[in-house]
Design a protein around this ligand. Structure first.
Ligand SMILES: CC(=O)N[C@H]1[C@@H](OP(=O)(O)OP(=O)(O)OC[C@H]2O[C@@H](n3ccc(=O)[nH]c3=O)[C@H](O)[C@@H]2O)O[C@H](CO)[C@@H](O)[C@@H]1O
Ligand SMILES: C=C(OP(=O)(O)O)C(=O)O
Length: 421
């Protein structure tokens, strides 16, 4: 297993290109199941998660081929048995999104309940209710969902009782091939949802309202292939922005889709970090030694502060000149980074869904354990900002969501490398 070694204390200077969004790419890949024509995805991130999704799709009959570095060609001309076994679904959440497209295209599917970051219970009840509302019968049997709609899915009105990114996307992936109109209410509004809707429309679907709380879908009998470019990864961009704020220096994030991260820019500015937005690029700067102000944040569905940036922001707030309060409202167990940040010198008390972060702390390097994807990168940020050597173990979590992390940071002057444990 790999681990990452960081010698901290060096400010970051340079440019970091932002790649395509993992959380969009995975759902776009699932859309390949909806058509017998090729779906070509450009600006694809090369991650453990996208490789894993490609394996699952291959098992289902979608042939995938990397055409060059960031272009993935997917072709589901003839699907295999619509069965997604536990071993191919357990590692991550987005694999579950094959269920709806399989039922929509083939009339049935058997898909294992999903895995993903262990940041909460993460039920899939809303996904299953959407599938039932569209007319499928759904049974649970020994950890598998068995769904059937032999005569196809039928449009329906679905009012989600809570905002869910995955359920909104999954319902769209089902309803595009249903007969008649589907109205989705209380939808998530994340930029990745509009990306998926726009790609589906380019395939011939009729989806309107994505990016607002109400999405209307007029089903079509078949979809064609298309070529689509994945939106930039706002979480990757936000992570490097916070790294530059914590370590000091000046970093330009290239093709960073700044409009997707307004809540973060606002929080960083309140913390005293300079954020300059020019077109699609963002320059983040803090002169080393300039104090960081404490800022309270609360995670919320987009356009609120992203839960996927909460751990990274906590690593920054530990350095702030005073106490900040971080409230996590999306997942009930997303503070696993707090004890690891504490090992590096942070002072954090967790009470239920609130963390009180008492700054200013001076991070000092130590061996730490990555517990989930964004928690892992918060430890990298603390390592970069601190003195001495930090060893981040269990790096496979990081590889789920960050491509070329060490290379991108090294090019900005960080002393960071990967080694075998
Ligand atoms: C692959 C992917 O895109 N993952 C993202 C997606 O996860 P994911 O799609 O799993 O997150 P959701 O928006 O669905 O989860 C929000 C909340 O709803 C709950 N819930 C969700 C579905 C359901 O059927 N029942 C239910 O109770 C969840 O447990 C959670 O408490 O959005 C999250 C919130 O922005 C991000 O942190 C994840 O990085
Ligand atoms: C929680 C995440 O991913 P997943 O939903 O796949 O677990 C994430 O990307 O931060």
């Amino acid at each position: 297993m790999d681990r990452i070694r960081i010698r901290g204390g060096t400010p970051l200077h340079g440019e970091i290109p932002i790649y395509g969004a993992k959380n969009s790419a995975l759902k776009l890949m699932a859309a390949a199941l909806l058509t017998d024509e090729p779906l070509i995805l450009k600006n694809m991130p090369r991650l453990a998660d996208t490789r894993f999704m490609a394996q699952l799709l291959a098992h289902l009959g979608v042939v995938s081929e990397e055409q060059n570095h960031n272009v993935l060609h997917l072709h589901g001309e003839h699907l295999e048995e619509p069965y997604a076994p536990y071993d191919l679904v357990r590692k991550m959440r987005a694999t579950f999104n094959v269920l709806g497209p399989l039922v929509a295209r083939t009339g049935r599917a058997k898909v294992s309940l999903p895995g993903g970051c262990a940041i909460g219970a993460r039920p899939v009840d809303l996904h299953l209710k959407a599938l039932e509302a569209l007319g499928a019968t759904v049974e649970l049997d020994e950890g598998y969902v068995i769904a059937s709609a032999p005569n196809g899915l039928t449009g329906a009105e679905i009012d989600f009782p809570m905002v869910s990114v995955g359920a909104t996307e999954h319902a769209m992936l089902m309803a595009v091939l249903a007969s008649g109109r589907t109205l989705l209410e209380n939808c998530a509004r994340e930029p990745e949802i509009a990306d998926l809707a726009d790609c589906l429309n380019a395939m011939g679907a009729k989806v309107s309202g994505a990016g607002t709380s109400t999405i209307t879908i007029d089903g079509v009998p078949r979809l064609s292939g298309t070529t689509w470019s994945v939106v930039p990864d706002r979480i990757e961009a936000g992570t490097y922005a916070i790294a530059a704020a914590a370590a000091g220096g000046e970093v330009t994030l290239v093709k960073a889709a700044p409009a997707a991260n307004r809540a973060l820019w606002d929080a960083l500015r309140r913390a005293g970090i300079t954020i300059a937005i020019e077109g699609e690029n963002v320059t983040v700067s803090r002169a080393p030694g300039t104090p960081i102000q404490p800022v309270d944040i609360q995670t919320a569905p987009w356009p609120g502060f992203a839960t996927d940036l909460q751990a990274q922001f906590m690593a920054l707030m530990a350095l702030a000149d005073g106490t900040s309060l971080i409230r996590e409202t999306i997942f009930e167990n997303r503070f696993m980074h707090a004890p690891e940040l504490t090992r590096l010198g942070a002072r954090i008390e967790v009470h239920g869904n609130e963390a009180v972060v008492r700054g200013p702390a001076a991070y000092r390097g130590a061996p730490v354990m990555a517990t989930d994807l964004r928690a892992s990168v918060s430890l990298v940020i603390a390592g970069l900002a601190g003195e001495g050597e930090t060893l981040v173990n269990r790096v496979y979590h990081l590889d789920r969501g960050f491509e070329h992390l060490e290379e991108k940071l090294s090019r900005c002057g960080a002393r960071i490398g990967r080694e075998k444990e």
